[in-house]
Design a protein around this ligand. Structure first.
Ligand code: ATP
Length: 595
């Protein structure tokens, strides 16, 4: 097929913004398109060569494109560059220069066999594919050769679109949904056929493959097309509500609630006898960033093949506490993966099973998928299922929400338990409802807390005290009640000297004036006061500060505590922030939310 025909479609599509017109243009073209290149044409129209999840980038640098245009048109590189500076679009530069040179060729009766006869879609795709895959020494020269070969043969308009494609600037703005409509009309006669086609796309994220199956094997094949490992499923998304009552009402009086972890969503695909891959919420292959997650999945997921979904979370190696999402972003890097892996080790909290040993589970209701998940996952310290509970009362839901916040989560995701609770790939709907705190609370003030215990560090901090158990002062009983564990904000030197500094206070048992449910590695006589900044105060089942004052069984915790660097040597432990002050700060926060 001549690439000029595709270029014509691009031209027409760029001249309108109306979705119906764009659909019509695509329908006409798809009907004419040979079936063996339909997938390629679909990818090209989206400005790429493969589905999004294939980790091969086309992206050719402008510098190389300029050299390729110069080579193809026999114009000096500096001239191409100047023209680019003037026009600002390399596609137009290629168009202008090729238009001039073809006129010149006719004048000189220069052989038109080699120049300006046009190229085929197959040829364009093949060269672009080779460009995208070229790697290592000599690859830049190879890319220039492949691109200039194409441009030399291309018509000016073709060259314009080829250059825009390789530079990542095609951006026709054709939505995936428009292509789906066009496929339904072109191959099945009407838009009514779109739902099964869209479903096939949602479970495969591969528009090209769906088009090819539709043309070659018909709608029947599309209807029976299911999820399979190696093709990421477009994620199901949640609606949002802001009170437990509304959530329960929407869910028909009963639902499951799960912790909403503050990490990176991941789909784990394990192929039979083959590899395991990780895909992000945006369907990128992120396997290279998380070798530790691949290992966890390899060890803990018992199946020949499967697709499971969950959240990658960062966990403080010293305390085991969940860390905020930002910490995990240190893992999204190209180099230094090993270092990042030991500084920010990842854990997994799985919440769904979408495929298991040859069977697509997306059409099963949530309770069955969750049961399957617990069957195939062997939990360990770092690999767990998302905390879950079935609730029927608003108070239960609220209490679970507070536990989630206390554990460092963002809130809850409520999930329907009904027969209709299928995994709706690619859709945001009411089968999942998220319930989060809608405010960003910063504790207005720092607090001064007393060290009452210590934990030995791991990794870089091995052999040293890496974490302190901190307490607030309770005036009424003259005791110190724990409120957080803190391991951040200390310099390496402070950590090295911590043992020496605390040595005079170390005792073999809990001090009589310390109230703690936790048992640290080392107990301390309450003496040292540290200034701490936290993100917010939450209810907590594990700390004793303010126990029972807001809710029976719950104390208070400072979330994400960080040492400011100030040892308050000017304060005695009895001058530390009091339990009552912490309760007051918590209540102020609540007022802030309701305002
Ligand atoms: P947000 O920014 O609130 O995470 P989102 O648009 O990424 O929103 P939503 O579907 O609206 O996604 O909210 C659910 C998100 O919460 C999921 O994308 C997932 O990353 C995360 N999450 C954490 N824990 C769970 C869980 N137990 N079940 C489902 N999603 C969870």
């Amino acid at each position: 097929m001549r690439y000029a025909e595709l270029a014509e479609v691009y031209d027409k599509v760029s001249q309108t913004t109306k979705r119906l017109e764009i659909t019509d243009i695509l329908v006409g073209f798809l009907k004419e398109c040979p079936s063996d290149i339909i997938d390629k044409v679909v990818y090209l129209t989206q400005g790429r060569l493969y589905p999004e999840f294939v980790p091969i980038e086309l992206g050719v640098a402008n510098r190389l494109i300029i050299r390729s245009i110069a080579k193809a048109t026999a114009v000096k590189e500096s001239e191409v560059e100047q023209l680019y500076k003037k026009i600002g679009d390399l596609g137009n530069v290629a168009y202008d220069l090729l238009s001039k040179s073809s006129k010149q060729s006719t004048l000189d009766s220069y052989s038109t066999e080699t120049r300006g006869n046009g190229v085929t879609v197959e040829h364009v795709y093949e060269n672009l594919d080779r460009i995208a895959r070229a790697q290592g020494g000599g690859s830049q020269e190879e890319k220039i050769r492949l691109l200039s070969d194409l441009l030399r043969d291309a018509l000016p308009r073709e060259a314009m679109y080829i250059v825009r494609t390789v530079s990542g600037a095609l951006r026709l703005g054709v939505a995936d949904m428009t292509i789906l409509d066009a496929m339904a009309i072109a191959f099945c006669g009407s838009k009514d056929a779109r739902p099964p086609i869209e479903n096939a796309y949602n479970v495969s994220s591969d528009l090209g493959a769906v088009a090819r199956i539709l043309v070659e094997r018909g709608l029947g094949a599309i209807k029976s097309f299911g999820a399979s490992p190696g093709r990421p499923i477009r994620p199901m998304l949640a609606e949002r509500l802001s009170s437990p009552e509304e959530i329960l009402e929407k869910m028909g009086g009963k639902c499951a609630v799960e912790y909403k972890y503050d990490g990176e969503r991941v789909q784990i695909h394990k192929q039979e006898g083959g590899s395991t891959a990780l895909y992000s919420r945006r369907l990128e292959n992120i396997s290279d960033h998380y070798p530790d997650v691949l290992k966890l999945a390899g060890e803990g997921i018992r199946s020949k093949s499967c697709i499971v979904e969950g959240e990658i979370v960062a966990v403080d190696p010293d305390t085991g506490d969940l860390l905020p999402f930002q910490q995990l972003m240190h893992r999204r890097r190209k180099y230094g993966i090993e270092e990042a892996m030991s500084a920010y080790p990842a854990s997994l909290r799985l919440f769904d099973a979408l495929y298991y040993d040859g069977k697509d589970l997306t059409g099963e209701p949530y309770p069955r998928r969750r049961a399957m998940l617990s069957k195939i996952v062997k939990e360990s310290e770092r690999l767990r299922l998302a905390e879950q509970k079935v609730v029927v009362k608003a108070e239960e839901l609220e209490a679970f929400f507070e536990d989630a916040i206390a554990e460092g989560c963002e809130g809850l995701v409520a999930k329907s338990l009904g027969e209709e609770s299928l995994y709706k790939a690619g859709a945001r709907g009411w089968l999942w409802i998220k319930y989060k705190r809608d405010y960003k609370s910063e504790m207005n003030d720092t607090v001064d807390l007393v060290a009452v215990g210590g934990y030995m560090g791991t990794g870089r901090r091995a052999g040293n005290i890496g974490t302190l158990l901190l307490a607030a002062y309770d005036e009424s009983d003259d005791v110190f009640r724990t409120v957080c564990k803190c391991s951040t904000g200390f310099s390496d030197e402070e950590i090295r000297n911590m043992k020496k500094l605390l040595d005079p206070s170390i005792i073999p048992h809990r001090h009589g004036r310390v109230d703690s449910k936790l048992i640290p590695d080392i107990w301390l006589v309450p003496s040292k006061v540290l200034e701490i900044r936290g993100a917010e105060i939450t209810l907590s089942p594990i700390h004793t500060c303010g126990l029972d004052s807001i809710r029976k069984g719950a104390g208070m915790a400072i979330r994400f505590p960080r040492f400011t660097g100030k040892w308050r040597t000017d304060k005695s432990p009895e001058d530390a922030t009091t339990v009552n002050e912490i309760i007051e700060m918590y209540n102020k926060q609540l007022k802030k939310i309701s305002e």
